[in-house]
Design a protein around this ligand. Structure first.
Ligand code: SF4
Ligand code: SF4
Ligand code: SF4
Ligand SMILES: [Zn+2]
Length: 216
């Protein structure tokens, strides 16, 4: 089953079936807002948008807002600065206060990611100035699961399927990056931030072991 087929029933369930816009009575609208895109832009209901965002996160077992328990364990990996009470998960879903210790979902030296090669130049937004885009060969695209943001129109919501994420050891990523076709490695997602220590270690190794040839 493709990832899209798995995602569609969760994101487009009966609650979000298409109806006709309640404002203009003409255009199709999602049932959650009951307004078409144009009417929604003209009459934005910010409180409702925030409330729908939060309830969408709960469907994925993610906290609706960054937890801030005063007595909780602080996580300082990103600007959310979550404080996790016993049993509580961080906003990204990747860190948890388990029996009084801050644990991550990833085993030591591994990360939740999916990687593939793309021919250069890629469609990366930095291609116009990054010297990797001048190279001939491939980019190793590394999709990091989990995200510490909650953008209104998330373009990569599959990062929320943490339970289905491949667990990849650092060594496997480094060896894939050292493939002679690979000229650069790009970490995206989701967001690399909640798995930042892994990303930095792997990028440093790739740079060193390629003799500085591979950009990451
Ligand atoms: S990395 Fe995750 S748990 Fe840590 S502060 Fe950021 S969102 Fe919270
Ligand atoms: S390193 Fe990243 S930004 Fe630079 S060319 Fe490669 S994919 Fe694009
Ligand atoms: S994956 Fe990208 S678009 Fe989606 S919430 Fe995270 S940062 Fe925003
Ligand atoms: Zn309308």
């Amino acid at each position: 089953m493709t990832l899209l087929k798995k995602i569609v029933p969760k994101l487009f369930n009966s609650e979000s079936a298409m109806i006709t816009c309640l404002k203009c009575g003409k255009k199709p609208a999602g049932a959650s807002f009951a307004l078409c895109a144009e009417c929604l832009r003209e009459y934005p209901d910010i409180d409702k948008i925030i409330q729908l965002h939060r309830s969408a996160r709960v469907k994925f077992d993610l906290p609706p807002i960054p937890p801030k328990s005063p007595e909780g364990i602080p996580c300082t990996l990103c600007a959310n600065n979550c404080r996790l009470a016993l049993g509580q998960k961080g906003y990204c879903g990747l860190r948890e206060n388990y029996q009084g210790k801050l644990l991550t979902k990833m085993p030591d030296g591994s990360a939740l990611l999916h990687m593939y090669q793309n021919p250069l130049p890629t469609n990366c937004c930095a291609a116009w100035f990054c010297k990797g885009s001048m190279e001939q060969g491939s980019n190793l695209a590394v999709f990091m699961y989990g995200c510490n943001f909650d953008c209104l129109f998330c373009q990569n919501s599959s990062h929320k399927y943490l339970e289905e994420a491949p667990v990849v050891p650092e060594e496997e990523l480094v060896q894939k990056a050292l493939d002679p076709r690979v000229r650069c490695v790009c970490f995206f997602g989701g967001s690399p931030e909640p798995q930042f220590p892994f990303v930095v270690r792997a990028a440093e190794r790739i740079h060193r072991e390629s003799g500085g040839e591979i950009i990451s």
